[in-house]
Write a protein that binds this ligand. Structure first.
Ligand SMILES: Nc1nc2c(ncn2[C@@H]2O[C@H](COP(=O)(O)OP(=O)(O)OP(=O)(O)O)[C@@H](O)[C@H]2O)c(=O)[nH]1
Length: 394
């Protein structure tokens, strides 16, 4: 039953910096609501103190009002301010009405931890400063009376010193907490980046590729086909060495017909291509692994220049790269990929002429990232068998 009071805001998971602020807000509102409810009832029916009951009922309404507004909006900062002001005013009203007697001043020491945690260092200092100043005035007024007073001038110093120490300590505590959160968040980002990046080329690694591709294949929003504008710039003078895998389309005779049929198989036109450097072992053997590494980096840099904003480029391992082409049908992908092959063939990397072979496949219904890449890999094998420096489709 009481658990219902605590709302689980999906935007504030347990590792969110505001998670514990929300918990404190909800705890405080539960306590103030119950407190005001009980006091209203006692004053109304037991003491018959109607003016006190009216005051408590007002507190009850404010408390419930803040709570229900918070549940509706989930606005943490505004609610944190409202709760801090309500609790601080409540405590100070009590302290002032007791004129500081009965050790009521001790209540004021709750204000710094509360306000620093909910509204931060700067405003926590301001609110605590105001509350403690009121306490100091109350104590000072007691010292002016000629009759025996519960506090001496020494008590005044004690109060002032403790207040200053509390504010400084809580400032320190809040600062430490804030910087620890910040460092942790930055470190998490670094670790995440390291976990998904290939160290040599700086491209996404295989794990990230699998994750991104899986996500893409399971995102309903990706079901819409958007016409791409960048595929019609292929050099028309360049012959297109594209190989069509005959086993996969036994009844078809024409490449264009096969491509057309594949496009109709799905509303979800995602294509992938696996890129493999031709005879890379020879480069390693002839120039050494360090130059081989530089060639891999040089190729990665060149490939990056050819990607569109939502294409995903990753190093798959060794001298193999993968490019995911969202919203791209097989025919368009094949043309695009062949332009890429041609582009690389015309460039020098580490003063060497380099060629690449490529296998292309399009997502089909019930494909997983694994099966899709597997088909592209088979196409790559076909391109290699056909003599390299060409594109094959599967
Ligand atoms: N320098 C370097 N070489 C690598 C790296 N990863 C894999 N290799 C090398 O890449 C080469 C791949 O050789 P193969 O699989 O025979 O491929 P290939 O020589 O390109 O032949 P084809 O693909 O058939 O054209 C091997 O010599 C690996 O040692 C790397 O990170 N750096």
């Amino acid at each position: 039953m009481i658990n219902r009071w605590y709302k689980q805001f999906t935007q504030y998971p347990p590792d969110h910096p505001d998670y514990w602020r929300i918990r404190l807000i909800e705890h405080s509102l539960l306590i103030t609501t119950s407190y005001f409810l009980i006091l209203t009832l006692i004053n109304l029916f037991y003491f018959e103190g109607y003016s006190y009951a009216l005051l408590d009922a007002t507190g009850l309404i404010i408390s419930i009002g803040i709570y229900s507004r918070f549940r509706q909006t989930g606005k943490v900062n505004v609610t944190a301010w409202a709760v801090t002001l309500m609790v601080a005013s409540l405590i100070m009203l009590f302290v002032i009405s007791s004129k500081g007697y009965s050790h009521s001043l001790f209540w004021a020491t709750l204000i710094p931890p509360f306000s620093f945690f909910l509204i931060g260092r700067t405003w926590g200092t301001v609110i605590s400063g105001i509350a403690f100043s009121i306490c100091a005035i109350l104590v000072y007024q007691q010292t002016l009376h000629s009759e025996a007073v519960p506090f001496s001038i020494g008590s005044l110093f004690n109060v002032v010193e403790v207040c200053i120490a509390q504010v400084l300590l809580f400032r320190f505590y809040e600062k430490t907490r804030f910087s620890a959160y910040k460092k942790l968040a930055l470190r998490n980002l670094e670790i995440q980046k390291m976990a998904e990046t290939d160290k040599l080329t700086g491209l996404f690694n295989r794990e990230k590729l699998d994750f991104a591709l899986d996500k893409l294949l399971t995102t309903p929003a990706a079901n819409t086909y958007i016409e791409r504008s960048t595929i019609n710039t292929k050099d028309p003078t360049e012959a297109c060495p594209i190989i069509y895998q005959p086993e996969a389309h036994a009844s078809e005779t024409k490449l264009s017909q096969a491509l057309l049929n594949k496009q109709e198989m799905t509303q979800f036109p995602i294509s992938v291509a696996i890129i493999d450097i031709d005879h890379f072992k020879e480069i390693n053997d002839k120039h050494g692994h360090l130059i081989g590494d530089k060639v891999l980096c040089g190729l990665a840099d060149l490939l990056k220049t050819q990607m569109r904003s939502d294409d995903i480029l990753a190093r798959w391992g060794g001298e193999e790269f993968v490019v995911v082409l969202p919203n791209t049908r097989l025919a368009d992908a094949t043309e695009l990929i062949d332009r890429l092959r041609h582009f690389i063939a015309t460039k020098n990397i580490q003063a060497m002429d380099l060629t690449i072979s490529l296998g292309v496949a399009q997502y089909q219904i019930e494909d997983t990232a694994h099966t899709l890449l597997d088909r592209a890999d088979k196409a790559l094998y076909l391109a290699k068998s056909a003599g390299r420096n060409c594109v094959a489709i599967a």
